[in-house]
Design a protein around this ligand. Structure first.
Ligand SMILES: CC(=O)SCCNC(=O)CCNC(=O)[C@H](O)C(C)(C)COP(=O)(O)OP(=O)(O)OC[C@H]1O[C@@H](n2cnc3c(N)ncnc32)[C@H](O)[C@@H]1OP(=O)(O)O
Ligand SMILES: O=CC(=O)O
Ligand SMILES: [Mg+2]
Length: 349
């Protein structure tokens, strides 16, 4: 861990100075595409206008023989596309892979001025962030970049979860963390075979009401990811970086996808991954506060004046603590409305 005075110094001569804050930008969905897939790549300019973040994926889901093509494809797309105020991210290959060094060197050198964030998979501890941090500083200096490329870690190994607080605090370059439920399930040796979401076998059952143990006992499916998301959210909140839910692999089940995204939103996440175009609007809907919640938040904040004391609104006590929650909701609504005139109208802001 660097000493507090050194923390905000560049890690290479000529590298841009780290910023002390992660700038807030709408981040409701990180839309994944495979730059080696021509059909997907052709859709990028259109999709980029509809999403908050577009991510060229180089890691899992890209075939081994397409790794170089995906890297070069992302360079070509980034050079040819004006992304407006949509963020451009990439997910590079894992740090133990044969591709990652060329991924990072090529992307920073060729399109470093366009890349906002590099997502690093399978991060196990702060040492992984420190490695990427120094390498990026050297490459940024060599490329003459004037702003830092930020780093996003995927939480998808048991060791990563055990070290999540140190990962979140590892560098001023840290932008946020995503839960990666698929690799995490494998790493933990969970007995599931899915990409995110729940499982019908993970449940609690109502107590028996008579002799027959099988009769009249409702079951309730439980959330496999509650502990990890909560821990990730706390680690991110205490370091002022942003938590995200990751992938929901059952593309056809748009209902359960919405539920999974909403659980993450309610627990504090700012966004989730969209793997298919159908998931973009789900994320947009879920991670934008509802107009009803915004209207309620406005009423509470107005009634609370300087934010101290207690008032009754619709039969409920509101005080400093609920007022602070309402301010979180209003801050998010205002930031989203600045970019989205439809939301500004719906929120009456
Ligand atoms: C555990 C993890 O690491 S998750 C992260 C890694 N995984 C990913 O990134 C997966 C990204 N998504 C995909 O690969 C695809 O969406 C799949 C394989 C899930 C489904 O693909 P398809 O079977 O082609 O889906 P479908 O037929 O419904 O696609 C409809 C159209 O949308 C396009 N499309 C599908 N996904 C995307 C996408 N993510 N971005 C842009 N376009 C897409 C398809 O090319 C197709 O185009 P067409 O109408 O011109 O033929
Ligand atoms: O990379 C994501 C995951 O769930 O694994
Ligand atoms: Mg993964």
């Amino acid at each position: 861990m660097r000493n507090p005075r050194a923390f905000l110094r560049p890690l290479a001569v000529g590298a841009p100075k780290p910023s002390s804050d992660v700038p807030f930008r709408p981040s409701r969905m990180i839309h994944f595409f495979d730059p080696s897939n021509e059909k997907m790549a052709a859709k990028v300019p259109d999709i980029a206008m509809k999403v908050d973040i577009i991510l060229g994926n180089l890691e899992d889901a890209v075939k081994t023989e397409k790794k170089e093509a995906a890297r070069q494809g992302l360079v070509d797309i980034a050079k040819a596309t004006d992304f407006g105020d949509t963020q451009l991210w990439t997910r590079v290959n894992s740090l133990d892979s044969p591709w990652v060094l060329d991924d990072i060197v090529t992307l920073v050198t060729e399109i470093g001025d366009k890349l906002d964030v590099i997502m690093v998979p399978k991060v196990e501890g702060p040492q992984d962030i420190h490695y990427v941090d120094r390498l990026l500083a050297q490459l940024e200096a060599r490329a003459g970049l004037d702003r830092q490329i930020l780093v996003h870690a995927i939480l998808e190994t048991a060791e990563g979860v055990a070290n999540v607080e140190e990962i979140a605090a590892a560098s001023p370059r840290m932008q946020g963390i995503s839960l990666g439920p698929a690799d995490l399930a494998a790493s933990r040796r969970m007995k599931t075979t899915r990409v995110g979401g729940g499982h019908p076998g993970y449940l609690v059952r109502q107590d028996p009401t008579g002799e027959d143990l099988t009769a009249g006992r409702a079951t309730y499916q439980q959330d496999l990811w509650h502990y990890t998301i909560s821990r990730m959210v706390d680690a991110c909140a205490m370091n002022d970086i942003l938590p995200f839910y990751g992938p929901f692999g059952d593309i056809k089940d748009v209902v359960a996808c919405e539920d999974q995204f909403r659980n993450a939103f309610l627990l504090g996440c700012v966004g989730a991954w969209s793997l298919h175009p159908v998931q973009i609007d789900i994320a947009k809907k879920v991670f934008s506060p509802s107009p009803e919640d915004v209207a309620h938040a406005k009423r509470v904040v107005e009634a609370m004046g300087d934010g101290s004391g207690a008032v009754m609104i619709d039969g409920k006590m509101e005080d400093d603590a609920s007022c602070k929650q309402c301010l979180v909701m209003l801050d998010l609504a205002k930031s989203l409305a600045e970019r989205d005139p439809e939301l500004a109208a719906a929120y009456d802001l």
